[in-house]
Design a protein around this ligand. Structure first.
Ligand SMILES: C=CC1=C(C)c2cc3[nH]c(cc4nc(cc5[nH]c(cc1n2)c(C)c5CCC(=O)O)C(CCC(=O)O)=C4C)c(C)c3C=C
Ligand SMILES: [Fe+2]
Length: 422
C-alpha cells in the first residue's frame, strides 16, 4: 500500500531511494548504511517509508524470500499455532483473505503496529499488546489443509500428497486438536508477540474464518559461548540435534523441487503437526539408564550412547565386545534412523493445565515436522510403530497436515502461486 484514500496524496509513502534523493545523500552517500538512515527516519518518522523498501528492523526475520519464514529459520523460544476453518465460499474471497493478511504479516514481522490507534468511536486497528516490544524474531508461516480443497473449488490444484494421514498404532486422536482448513504458525522470542500476531490476523479475518484449534508452546534455548544450544524437551533430552541444516540438505529433505508436486508448491513444503501428550509422572519414576535406553542417547550431553559429544556420529549398528547393540533396537533413535527418510523437526513443548480424568499434567510436545513429501513422516512413524520404547510414555492426541506455500516475492501476496493461475 502506498497511498491512503482517506488522507489523500499527503500520505503517499516514499521509497528508500526517494528518501536518499530528498535528503540529498544520493548514490555517493549510500555508505551511510542503516544507522544513518535510522537517524533520518527518527526525524521524519518511519511511517513514511514504503514497507517493501524499509531497512531491516531490529530482531526481525525477513518476510520475503524463496521460502516462507519459520521453517529453516533458527528456532525461536515461543510458538502460537492455530488451525482455522474457512467460512468464505469462493476462491476469490479466499484469495482476498490472503491478500489482506500479507501487509499485516509484513508489518508485524517488522515489529510495527498494523495501524494507528484511533481516538474516535472506532476500536484501534491494532489490538496493542505488543506495543514497545520489537519484532522478537517473529515468523509467520501459512499453510492450507486438505479440507480446504473440499470446501472451495480450486480446480485441480490439490496436491496428491495432501491427504489424511493413516491411522498409526496407539493413536488416540481427538478432532478438537486435529485438522483445519488453514494453519498459521507464529514463532517469536516473546509469547505475547506470537499471540498478538495470530490474534490480529484472526481479527482481520472476522466473519471469514473460525478458530478450530490452537496450541501455545515454548523452548528454552540455553546459550554457551554465545552459541544457541539444542533445546531440551520435557523428558529433559536435547531435541533437534539431528536435523537438516545445510542448503543442499534442505533441498533434498524439505523444499519441494520443480516437478515433485503441483507447480504452485515448488519452494513450499508440507507441515505435519502432532499434539503428543507426554506422561511426565511415569517418566519421572523411570531410572536414568532406562530413560537413556529409551532414546539411545545420553541425557545430559545428548551424545549417542557410548559416545561423548552431542554431534558425534550416531552409528546404530555399533556393538560392544559381547556383540550386543550399544543403541538398543527398540530405542527411538534406532527406529527413526532405520529408515532412509528424513525430516526437519521444529517442535515446541506445551503445558495445558490438568487432565481431568487422571489428575496428571496435560503436558507434552507440539511435534512439528517439515518435509517435501508427507510419506517421509509416514515411513518414520511406521518404523517407530509399536516397537518404540518411548510409546510407554507418550500418547498422540492431535494430528494435522498442511501444504505450506513457497515464499512471497516483494509486491506479491501469501499463496499467490496457488491463486494466480486459476
Ligand atoms: C515420526 C516422527 C517422529 C515423532 C512423532 C517423534 C516424536 C518425539 N521425539 C521425541 C524426542 C526425540 N526425538 C529424537 C530424534 C528423532 N526423532 C525423529 C522423529 C520423530 N520423533 C527423528 C527422525 C529423529 C532423528 C533420528 C536421527 O536421525 O538421529 C531425539 C534425539 C535427539 C535429536 O536428534 O533430536 C529425541 C530426544 C519426543 C519426546 C517425541 C514425542 C513426544
Ligand atoms: Fe523424535
Amino acid at each position: 500500500m502506498t497511498k491512503s484514500k482517506k488522507d489523500g496524496v499527503l500520505h503517499k509513502k516514499i521509497s528508500r531511494r526517494q528518501l536518499l534523493k530528498m535528503t540529498g545523500i544520493g548514490a555517493a552517500g549510500l555508505a551511510i548504511g542503516a544507522t544513518g538512515i535510522g537517524g533520518i527516519l527518527s526525524t521524519i518518522g518511519k511511517d513514511w517509508i514504503a514497507e517493501d523498501e524499509a531497512p531491516p528492523a531490529k530482531n526481525s526475520v525477513n518476510f520475503y524470500g524463496d521460502h516462507q519464514a519459520g521453517i529453516s529459520t533458527p528456532s525461536q523460544t515461543h510458538i502460537y499455532f492455530v488451525a482455522l476453518d474457512v467460512v468464505v465460499k469462493t476462491k476469490s474471497e479466499l484469495q482476498q483473505l490472503f491478500k489482506d493478511w500479507t501487509p499485516l504479516a509484513t508489518k508485524m514481522m517488522r515489529g510495527e503496529i498494523i495501524g494507528t490507534a484511533s481516538t474516535d468511536m472506532i476500536p484501534p486497528k491494532d489490538t496493542g499488546e505488543a506495543l514497545g516490544l520489537d519484532a522478537q524474531n517473529l515468523s509467520l508461516t501459512f499453510g492450507v489443509g486438505e479440507s480446504l480443497f473440499k470446501k472451495i473449488n480450486l480446480g485441480d490444484k490439490k496436491p496428491t500428497q495432501l491427504k489424511k494421514l493413516p491411522h498409526f498404532p496407539k493413536d488416540q486422536l481427538v478432532e478438537a486438536y486435529s485438522n483445519g482448513d488453514i494453519c498459521i504458525q507464529a514463532c517469536a522470542d516473546d509469547p505475547q508477540v506470537a499471540f498478538h500476531a495470530i490474534r490480529n490476523l484472526v481479527r482481520a479475518a472476522s466473519g471469514r474464518v473460525t478458530l478450530k484449534w490452537s496450541q501455545a508452546g515454548f523452548n528454552a534455548i540455553a546459550k554457551k559461548d554465545g552459541h544457541s544450544q539444542t533445546p531440551r524437551n520435557l523428558f529433559a533430552f536435547k531435541d533437534g540435534t539431528e536435523n537438516p541444516r545445510a542448503k543442499e540438505d534442505l533441498n533434498k529433505v524439505v523444499w519441494v523441487q520443480h516437478g515433485e508436486s503441483k507447480p504452485w508448491m515448488t519452494g513450499g513444503t508440507y507441515l505435519i503437526a502432532r499434539r503428543i501428550q507426554m506422561h511426565l509422572e511415569t517418566w519421572d519414576r523411570t531410572a536414568l539408564d532406562e530413560q537413556e535406553a529409551t532414546f539411545g542417547r545420553h541425557r545430559n550431553s545428548g551424545a549417542p550412547l557410548g559416545k561423548d559429544g552431542e554431534y558425534d556420529a550416531m552409528e546404530i549398528e555399533r556393538k560392544d565386545e559381547d556383540g550386543h547393540l550399544i543403541v538398543p533396537n527398540t530405542s527411538h533413535v534406532f527406529l527413526a534412523k532405520s529408515v532412509k527418510a528424513r525430516l526437519l523437526r521444529r517442535s515446541y513443548s506445551y503445558v495445558s493445565g490438568v487432565v481431568d480424568s487422571t489428575g496428571t499434567h496435560d503436558a507434552g510436545l507440539l511435534f512439528i515436522s517439515f518435509q517435501k513429501d508427507p510419506q517421509q513422516f509416514i515411513d518414520i512413524q511406521n518404523s517407530l510403530g509399536r516397537l518404540d520404547k518411548m510409546n510407554e510414555y507418550i500418547t498422540h492426541r492431535g494430528s494435522a497436515m498442511f501444504a505450506c506455500f513457497p515464499g512471497v516475492r516483494k509486491g506479491s501476496y501469501i499463496g499467490e502461486t496457488l491463486f494466480s493461475t486459476l
